[in-house]
Every structure is written in structure tokens, then in C-alpha cells.
Design a protein around this ligand. Structure first.
Ligand code: SAH
Ligand code: SF4
Length: 404
């Protein structure tokens, strides 16, 4: 039985992060870098140069930052660092899907997944180690909450993934005789980012927004707002804040068409019921870079996949401009839930489409590396176990195609 997660207390319950006496530059967005540089009495353009070295060019060594004055570089080396989460394992699937397991200290790990497609490359990133929302169908939720990720850990996932994926691309080009400079803005291999990994991004609001700002900053990753998606279980007040602070594409994890069922599947619904959630979606659309909200709907056999549920969903879809993304459930032992048969998923999708709702069904990807997006593994007690888990277990589920 689910209980409402003590959201307010979550921050206090947070496990402390290992401290470092140096400033990790990856944890600062453009404005924060500018104020650091100003505090040192340096010219504001130094912050932009730094941003470009760190994020656009992916350099992690001060010595290589050749257009910075030597004294400035020396100060950086004395007071700052460029620290990334440590890669525990990196896997590449036959279909090109990649998965990284990253150590974030205190025996916790997070996952990042890259999904290449013909017309885009999507990175699925985590925002918390664990999650307080405790959705019934989510293995992250079942593992409890450890702590919010820092800006450096959120953006570090993009930093690391981009370096690997671009090196892949450039290696392929070099062998084909077409060298390309690393990280040119018009030739991105990571074109889309979705916050659909571990954790609830809107319950780690400030760090999520700083990381989003770096993703959008032309001196950093320069991604389009339409191609960066925050996925939320429905933290209504924070949806409003996001619409004002940093409107990006929004996906809402609906999963149930009525309050009784949603209270059970997504306990946060007891705090922000459907009526309030739908109203928040309507308000968000006034600011959103896209003219629809993506509703995610995990298909659970005999729970939320009946014709009556489809009918109720159609009523909801009439109230808000939206698309539906049906996600075949990735089972894990403790859930006690089953994936809807594919025939049912297709029929359900057809019901929605017959009512004029754009509906997609997520495909599984990267089966051979047993990776996942949206139900990632969390707590890790020690590295030995971590490696064992990666080697064989199926708890990680499957990579799914994310089309945003
Ligand atoms: N906390 C945010 C973002 C991370 S979860 C949210 O809930 O939206 C990203 C997506 O993965 C959500 O839609 C979530 O419902 C889905 N998901 C979680 N567990 C899953 C599972 N076992 N099978 C399929 N999808 C799952
Ligand atoms: Fe948290 Fe999202 Fe998992 Fe729910 S589905 S427990 S909100 S990560």
C-alpha cells in the first residue's frame, strides 16, 4: 500500500553529499559563473569563455583553455575544479543505444541512457538518486529517496555522454576521411534531452532549472527549448514556476484517468488531484515552447488498460492540447504488476486515435544491454554488487524509444 511521500521533509531527510573545498565549475550556470568572475574582479566575457571551454568544447583541463590569461588559469587551478561523476560502467547496445552507470557517492549510482535515431539523438538523464513520489510501477520509487543531484551531476551526465558519443562520430568520420571538429553547434549528436531517468525533476527544482539553463545557453549546449523535456508526476506549483522560469517541453506522467486509480498508482495525486493537474497543464501551455503536453501512460495489465479507461482519457484530452505516449510496463519483481499484452496496448492506442488524439507507443531499445529509461536502478551498496547487477539481472528493464 502506498502512502503519500513526505515531500516537505524530503529535503531534510536528504543524505549529505561528500564535500569538496573547491568550487566545481560544472555546478554553475552562466549567471553564477558571471558573478564568480565578477567577484574576482575579472571582465564578464571571461565567464562566457569559460562556459564555452567547459560545455561547448568539453574541456576538463584548465591548461588547455588557451585564450584565458595565465594568471586567471592559475586562480582557476587553485580555487576550482572540473569534477564529473565517476563512470562505473558504460555499455553500448547493438542498436547503438548506450547506457552509463555513474557513481554519485555514498554507495549510490544513477543511470544515463543515449538513444540514437535517424533524425535525432536523445539523452535520458536522472535528477535525483531515488525518488520520494513512490509510484507503484516504478523501481526507482520502490527504492526510496537518497538525495537530490547537484547541477554538476545533472549536467555532468550530458557532458560525459556528449564526449563519448561525439568521439564515436568523429572516429567514424576520421576513418571515412571526413574529419570534423568536436562539438560544432550545427552537427550535434545529442539533439534532445529528456529528464526521464531517476527522480522527480520538479522536486529538485533549483538544480534542475540551473541545468536546463546550461542546456539552452548558446555558450554551453545551445539546445532548443522544444528539444529539452522535463517529465513530471505532477508537482503542480512547480509546473507553474517552471513555466515562468524556464519553459521547456513538458511531459506529464498521467498513468490513470481518474483520481481513485491515480491516487493508488501515483501517490502524489492525493496532494494534486487530476482537476488541479489538468488546470496546471492548461496554464503551462500558455508559456510552453510546444503547443501540446505529452501525457505518459504506462500500460498495466487489468489495471488501467480497459476501454472504460480509454473513454475517461478521451474526456481529459478534450480539456488540454496533448499527445499520448503509451509505455508498455517494464516489470520488476516487487511491483506485483504485469505489462498489458501488446494487442491490448494497440487497441487502447486505436481507441485514443479514433478520438483524434495523437498517440505513440514506445518501442523497446537496447535489449542486449538491458538498459532502461524511466525506471532506472537506484541505490547501490557496493561496486561489486553493482557490476553483478549489470552483468545479468533484469531489474534495469529495457531502453525505450523516447520521441519528443
Ligand atoms: N519522475 C518523473 C520522471 C522520471 S520517470 C516522472 O514520473 O515523470 C520517467 C517515466 O518513466 C515516467 O513516465 C514514469 O512513469 C515511467 N516509468 C517509471 N517506471 C516505469 C516502468 N516500470 N515501466 C515503464 N515506465 C515506467
Ligand atoms: Fe519518481 Fe517518476 Fe518513478 Fe514516480 S515514476 S517514483 S515520480 S521517478
Amino acid at each position: 500500500m502506498n502512502t503519500i511521500s513526505p515531500l516537505a521533509e524530503a529535503a531534510q531527510a536528504e543524505a549529505p553529499r561528500p564535500e569538496s573545498p573547491r568550487i566545481n565549475l560544472l555546478g554553475l550556470d552562466g549567471a553564477e559563473l558571471a558573478s564568480l568572475v565578477e567577484k574576482w574582479g575579472d571582465k564578464p566575457f571571461r565567464a562566457k569563455q569559460l562556459l564555452r571551454w567547459l560545455h561547448q568544447r568539453g574541456v576538463d583541463d584548465f591548461e588547455q583553455m588557451s585564450d584565458l590569461a595565465k594568471s586567471f588559469r592559475e586562480r582557476l587551478a587553485r580555487q576550482c575544479e572540473i569534477r564529473l561523476p565517476e563512470v562505473v560502467t558504460a555499455h553500448k547496445s547493438a542498436d547503438g543505444t548506450r547506457k552509463w552507470l555513474l557513481d554519485v557517492g555514498n554507495g549510490n549510482a544513477i543511470e544515463t541512457v543515449f538513444i540514437p535515431e535517424d533524425d535525432r539523438g536523445t539523452l535520458c538523464i536522472s535528477t535525483q538518486a531515488g525518488c520520494t513520489v513512490a509510484c507503484r510501477f516504478c523501481s526507482t520509487g520502490h527504492q526510496g529517496f537518497n538525495r537530490n543531484l547537484g547541477v554538476d551531476e545533472i549536467i555532468g551526465q550530458l557532458w560525459l555522454a556528449r564526449r563519448t558519443v561525439e568521439a564515436d562520430r568523429d572516429g567514424a568520420r576520421l576513418s571515412g576521411g571526413m574529419p570534423a571538429p568536436l562539438g560544432t553547434q550545427d552537427d550535434r549528436v545529442i539533439s534532445n534531452v529528456v529528464m526521464m531517468g531517476m527522480g522527480e525533476p520538479l522536486l529538485n527544482y533549483d538544480n534542475t532549472v540551473s541545468a536546463l539553463r546550461l542546456m539552452l545557453d548558446d555558450n554551453a549546449y545551445g539546445l532548443s527549448r522544444r528539444r529539452v523535456t522535463v517529465s513530471t508526476s505532477g508537482v503542480v506549483p512547480m509546473m507553474d514556476r517552471l513555466s515562468r522560469d524556464c519553459p521547456v517541453a513538458l511531459a506529464v506522467s498521467l498513468h490513470a484517468p481518474n483520481d481513485a486509480l491515480r491516487d493508488d498508482l501515483v501517490p502524489l495525486n492525493r496532494k494534486y488531484p487530476l482537476r488541479e493537474l489538468i488546470a496546471a497543464c492548461q496554464r503551462y501551455l500558455e508559456f510552453a515552447p510546444r503547443d501540446f503536453i505529452t501525457f505518459e501512460y504506462v500500460m498495466l495489465d487489468g489495471i488501467n488498460d480497459g476501454d472504460e479507461h480509454a473513454k475517461q482519457l478521451i474526456d481529459i484530452a478534450r480539456q488540454v492540447s496533448c499527445k499520448f505516449n503509451l509505455i508498455p510496463f517494464n516489470p520488476f519483481p516487487q511491483s506485483g504488476l504485469k505489462r498489458s499484452p501488446m494487442a491490448r496496448v494497440r487497441l487502447f492506442a486505436q481507441r485514443l486515435m479514433d478520438a483524434g488524439i495523437v498517440t505513440t507507443v514506445r518501442k523497446t531499445r537496447g535489449d542486449d544491454i538491458d538498459a532502461a529509461c524511466g525506471q532506472l536502478a537506484g541505490e547501490v551498496k557496493d561496486r561489486t554488487r553493482l557490476k553483478e547487477r549489470l552483468a545479468g539481472e533484469t531489474r534495469f528493464g529495457r531502453i525505450v524509444e523516447v520521441r519528443e
